[in-house]
Design a protein around this ligand. Sequence first.
Ligand code: AMP
Length: 380
Amino acid sequence: MSFSSLGLSKPLLKRIANEPYTNPYPIQEQAIPAILNGRDVLGVAKTGSGKTASFVLPILHRLQSDPPAQGRYVNTLVLVPTRELAVQVAEVFQTFGRDLPRRVKTVAVFGGVSINPQMMALGGADVVVATPGRLLDLISANALSLKAVATLVLDEADKMLDLGFADEMNELFAMLPNRRQTLLFSATLGDAVQTIHNKLLHNPLRVGVEEKEQDISQIRQVAYRVSAERKGPLLRYLIKKGEMKQVLVFVSSVRTADNLVIKLNKNGIHAAAMHSQKSQGGRTDALYQFKAGKLPVLVATDLLSRGIDIELLPCVVNFELPRSPKDYVHRIGRTGRAEANGEAIALVTPDDEPHFRVIQKKMGRWVEFIESENFDLSGV
Ligand code: AMP
């Protein structure tokens, strides 16, 4: 199938031909005609599937016959969980929107930076790509209105909920007109996503690729039983004793990541953190050093783990367990690919044990436990 058979306008097809997009990806084949027909869409797809272009292209097509946005009245709202994704999605709108007969103005807004330039930039925006918190601030400041939104896109809805944006999202939903098109994309379809889906989508077309089961049989998994206080020393002990040269450590919050890195560095283990509050430059640099084998320990939150493209790591440590068993499999799947037998270590406190049992059950594998009580952790 080619892009020209999907119903997109000539100028858009010309733009696509200028990009390295030869044929549509499966999700684009399914979603683009449905979105052009005005249908709601539920896309079960993660980054890499081509989901972004699957909504950007038909939205740009529709905007070509819509009048330009009036003042504060935004036409298309894309909600995303992180500023990286906001920037990335806005760039795709800008790339495909270049040189179209009707100019489309896209603005990305997100927290963590000064609000004033974003307020100034919003005038006449057709498309706003936003994280929920900052969007609410901008609405309170009268910088934009959602009253005329014709299309709402929720991108990475599961991540938005994982990050605790549910209240903000509900507040925003209440400001939208009832008559609109809604497109929801999510890598997973948990209960919370289902609730939103039931509330917001009308007879949606379900598209996308379900995630394939990951083969984790090659991975040697061990769990250390440890008290919460001894977790840090135990991690240092394992890194030093195992002479680990490249280990990816997962934690569940930005604070833990930063604290852990400080402690590791203080104790002579070169480590860096990778999370949403790090500057883009800092992250790229840490990842580059880690991949090049110059940084032995990278401490990451889940949020960014999906975007970290590293294959065949010798060791992954779950310093804190993820909430979802799927995320656990996703995390440990970064080790032991192909023939290399990787090792996945979990540090499990007494409080974590019931949850870890659920993870093992869901994963269909029981993990060997090692008692760490008698390890001499002094001096690490
Ligand atoms: P996404 O899942 O939207 O983050 O897209 C993943 C990557 O695939 C991006 O780098 C896109 O530029 C690229 N991509 C999306 N659709 C196509 C296509 N039809 N042909 C080639 N590359 C594509």
